[in-house]
Design a protein around this ligand. Structure first.
Ligand code: C2O
Length: 509
């Protein structure tokens, strides 16, 4: 295994990815799009983050990595670290012991849609699919806003937006552009690693006249499964095999199409699609794509993990969370778990764990706004999430890939074990780190508390992180103290003294 070092100096640079608005975006080392992180399973990764933004604090999170033994490198502000203010630095240093397709992004106050988001790829010399493809290609899909997140967030959570209508993206991007051609050689098989790095919109993704075979979701290898079209919610990833045609008679479009059901109002003139091309021959036309209605999206609940890991068949600790959106006394719209909207604590929750000795197992010490869930070492945990809202929400758990043991259709209401007993759950459930719950439906997930840490569980729509749709999982706090007490680096703690710029509102993300 190697030590792979990235020096990331984050600053504002100008970009105009959709050709409609030139704007400052958060770049790295003077460039945007930001570079991918590409490592091999087993590598130690060191990211030296320097904040040269001047006017905003920041942080980095490595989405989907378990950070086993390194919870303090996970990145969410108010959870495992303080913000990194302008002029300061922070070194992330961790070992990656899991293969697959991930991404990294700012985890401070809804900031990543301003551009601080990139792929994180972990190559695996022992992948079960290694011999099935010739080359790999990373495709990111993302929604794009012309305005700064700071300004959009201020309008979103305000008395002038009592319904909580989320700002609608201005465009959809592929690899942060609207002008992507992918050179294809006849007869070769490609592994496309597809990442939704968006803030809000799920994307329908299809390749015209080419079929996909899904082999990985969210870092978990799957039994190869055919699909005509993917539905990729914000933060989810799919790796698919695509075999090129044997001839060079034509080029083919591929499309990412934003799910407009998520938008309260679809603005006139919004183009929800971004098109790229599989180019077999540079001299041939780039055809327009067909209509979306010709495809059926794939249901990820039917996937089976390649390792055939069985369902946890007993549960030690069951947690039921009911989410809804509603107004508080200030007239603005917030999001709630069990009637509590998350407010980012001033002291990161990890530091509270480390400073409270045996009291760290007492949920009450984490205050009344963190939606804290304290787990004992080794227990099998089940989270039942009931969506008391007519929207779709992609839920993400840090530090784990969870078993997806149940997902209802929309309008099913709260989970009811007498109607859907655990005996009806799949024996080898899919595992992933981000799962969509349907409108007014429910999901049931399971995982083992074998990774001491403070891990967020939240909707990955950035608007909803900001409005409080966040819970804090405090996993084996006493084990965490043994791992990390005395081991928090000085550069981490130095940032806490400096405070956040601009000052924090409700937002955690
Ligand atoms: Cu992609 Cu809380 O993270």
């Amino acid at each position: 295994a190697d030590v792979v070092v990235y020096d990331f100096d984050v600053s504002w640079v100008y970009a105009n990815p959709d050709g409609l608005a030139n704007r400052p975006v958060m770049g790295i080392n003077g460039k945007w799009p930001v570079p991918p992180i590409v490592v091999t399973k087993g590598d130690q990764v060191v990211v030296n983050l320097k904040n040269s933004l001047g006017n905003e604090s920041t942080s980095l999170h490595f989405h989907g990595l378990y950070q086993n033994g390194t919870n303090h490198m996970d990145g969410p502000v108010g959870v495992t670290q303080c913000t990194v203010p302008p002029g300061n630095s922070f070194t992330y240093n961790f070992t990656v012991d899991q293969p697959g397709t991930y991404w990294y992004h700012s985890h401070n106050k809804g900031q990543y849609p301003d551009g601080l988001r990139g792929p994180f790829i972990v190559n695996d010399p022992e992948s079960p699919h290694k011999n099935l493809y010739d080359e790999e290609i990373v495709l990111t899909f993302s929604d794009w806003y012309h305005d700064f997140m700071n300004e959009l967030l201020a309008g979103f959570i305000s008395i002038s937006n009592p319904s909580g209508a989320e700002p609608v993206p201005d465009s959809s991007l592929v690899n942060e552009t609207r002008d992507l051609s992918v050179k294809i050689e006849p007869g070769k098989t490609y592994l496309f690693r597809i990442i939704n790095m968006g803030a809000f919109a799920a994307q329908y993704v299809w390749f015209e006249d080419h079929s996909m075979s899904i082999v990985e979701v969210d870092g978990i290898y799957t039994e190869p499964t055919d699909a005509d079209m993917l539905y990729i919610a914000a933060a989810q990833r799919y790796s698919v095999l695509i075999t090129a045609k044997n001839s060079t008679d034509a080029n083919f479009a591929f499309v990412g199409s934003m799910d407009q059901d998520l938008f309260d109002v679809v603005p006139d003139g919004l183009n929800p699609n971004v098109t790229g091309w599989l180019v077999y021959d540079d001299n041939m036309d780039l055809p327009e794509p067909k209509e979306i209605a010709e495809f059926e999206p794939f249901d990820d609940f039917t996937l089976v993990p390649d390792d055939q890991e069985g369902i946890y068949d007993h549960v030690d600790h069951s947690v039921e969370l009911t989410m809804k959106m509603d107004n508080l006394d200030d007239g603005a719209n917030y999001a709630f778990f069990n009637d509590v909207t998350y407010v980012s604590p001033k002291v990161p929750t990890l530091y509270t764990v480390l400073s409270t000795g045996p009291n760290a197992t007492n949920p009450a010490i984490y205050g009344s706004n963190t939606n804290q869930i304290v787990l004992a070492a080794g227990e099998v945990v089940e989270i039942i999430l009931n969506n008391d809202d007519p929207g779709k929400h992609p839920f993400h758990l840090h530090g784990h890939a969870f078993q997806v043991v149940y997902r209802s259709d929309e309008e099913a209401g709260a989970y009811d074990a007498s109607v859907t007993p655990s005996s009806s759950f799949p024996s080898t459930p899919m595992r992933r780190d981000t799962l969509l719950v349907h409108p007014n439906g429910n999901i049931v997930i399971r995982f083992r508390a074998d990774n001491p840490g403070v891990w967020l569980f939240h909707c990955h729509i950035e608007w909803h992180v900001a409005s409080g749709l966040v819970a804090t999982v405090i996993e084996d706090p006493l084990g965490l103290q043994k791992q990390l007490n005395g081991n928090i680096p000085a550069d981490h703690l130095a940032n806490c003294a400096a405070g956040s710029v601009p000052t924090a509102g409700n937002a955690a993300g």
